[in-house]
Design a protein around this ligand. Structure first.
Ligand code: URA
Length: 433
């Protein structure tokens, strides 16, 4: 077949369904560098407006999996392997706590994570705030660490789903990230290529997420479950709130501290609930042969008896890091955001808090920029909390006074106070699959 990208773009633009082989050829040629960015950008925009059918989405996912190397962690370990993925949000440090909880329960957890981009944080940046932590392991080192320690989290190698790597960077700068089929194919191609038998997907919904409504989140969840089934994988999706940041801390070292606090049995309630629920799903999908309720009990026990914290420390040391909290960097300037009047927090918008953390230096404005691991925001008050006039709503951790002042103004604007009692939206909205 002779590939004619312009013809495929035109047919998709006009609402036609493309054959699986046509999509595969286009994507594999793009991954090889034989189709230029501008043609794939036009194709993604046509998909953004016209959508993809289930068959087309499967063909896209399958082609992305075939674009590079895959890892069969299950075969290497001789165990059923479980994995998790979040669609991205503000203050989402879930993997840092879920990994140690699951490993402490005797289930191997080997995960490839990404970096933050835009207002959403990435697990790799958070891990790199731990002095000495190495995120670049060879595939052999990764497998050996999961076998010996039960837990490893690494960056993706250049050969791992290269089509998604290129396509995601292109989508990010062409306003084509927030399409349900493109997100589903992007996430599931990485999960399938990393060899997980069962996958728990955390679909974030709300102001600080790519997906703004529960209806849209449900259709993304159903699509990812169908893609997983077609590839022979079990998938469960939890739809979780991202109207306000998850937990209190937003920013790399600040989030590591909060994850450690959770592993010590404390931490904010919404974050703890999500970690325990996601861990329970992972354990119930593992070869432990337990249900969700027993999985939850095991997860709670692993936190209460210190096994999860010990697993965290073993993991960090194995990847060259110092697990002592005192070793984490601290920002030189800390300023409070003060409540102008007494009231109840009606709203704490996740997006402006994420953007404020990004501008403080916690995230990167461009793909290749560095991040400041020490800076960020700690939201002391969340939706439904009562405050007195003059009480701190949040803390800004900054590199200098100017950045701190900008952060204070931006985070103050994210808060809305009012007189009436207001229950926060539950963190767990629903489970699909
Ligand atoms: N996360 C991904 O890995 N891909 C997307 O497209 C969106 C979120």
């Amino acid at each position: 077949m002779t590939l004619r990208p312009a013809e495929l773009i035109q047919r998709k633009r006009d609402g036609e369904e493309l054959a699986g082989a046509e999509i595969a050829e286009l994507i594999l040629a793009y991954a090889r560098g034989d189709v230029p960015d501008y043609q794939l950008a036009a194709f993604c925009m046509a998909v953004y407006f016209r959508g993809l059918t289930s068959a087309e989405t499967f063909a896209l996912t399958d082609a992305m999996v075939r674009s590079g190397e895959t890892i069969d962690l299950g075969a290497a370990l001789g165990r059923r392997v479980v994995d998790k993925h979040s669609t991205g949000g503000v203050g989402d440090k879930t993997t840092l706590a879920v990994g140690p909880v699951v490993a402490a329960c005797g289930v191997p957890f080997g995960k490839m994570s990404g970096r933050g981009l835009g207002h959403t944080g990435g697990t790799l940046d958070k891990l790199e705030s731990i002095p000495g932590f190495r995120i670049e392991l060879t595939t052999a080192e990764f497998v050996a660490q999961v076998r010996e320690i039960g837990l490893a989290v690494v960056g993706q190698t250049v050969d791992f789903v290269p089509a998604d790597r290129k396509l995601y960077a292109l989508r990010d700068v062409t306003a084509t990230v927030d399409n349900v089929s493109l997100i589903a194919a992007s996430i599931m191609s990485k999960k399938i290529a990393s060899g997980a038998d069962a996958i728990v997907l955390d679909v974030k919904v709300g102001d600080g997420a790519f997906i703004k409504t529960v209806a849209e989140a449900r259709s993304l969840a159903e699509m990812m479950i169908a893609l997983g089934r077609q590839a022979g994988r079990d998938v469960v999706c939890v739809l979780t709130d991202m109207e306000q940041p998850l937990g209190c801390a937003v920013g790399n070292a600040l989030e590591v501290r909060e994850a450690v606090a959770m592993l010590r049995g404390g931490g904010p309630g919404d974050f703890r609930e999500l970690v325990l629920d996601a861990s329970a799903h992972l354990l119930s999908l593992s070869d432990l042969e337990v249900g969700h309720r027993e999985g939850r009990r095991l997860a709670e026990e692993a936190v209460a008896n210190g096994a999860a914290l010990a697993a965290y420390e073993r993991w960090v040391r194995a990847q060259g890091g110092d697990p002592d909290e005192a070793a984490l960097p601290r920002a030189p300037v800390v300023r409070e955001v003060i409540a102008p009047a007494a009231g109840v927090v009606q709203r704490l918008a996740a997006l402006p808090v994420g953007v404020a953390a990004l501008r403080l230096g916690a995230g990167r404005a461009t793909k290749d920029a560095g991040v400041d691991h020490a800076v960020g925001v700690v939201c002391r008050k969340k939706v439904g909390d009562t405050v007195e006039a003059g009480e701190p709503l949040a803390e800004i951790h900054a590199r200098d006074d100017g950045a701190a002042a900008d952060g204070v103004a931006a985070v103050a604007a994210a808060y809305e106070l009012g007189p009436e009692a207001r229950p926060a939206r539950q963190i767990l909205l629903e489970t699909v699959g």
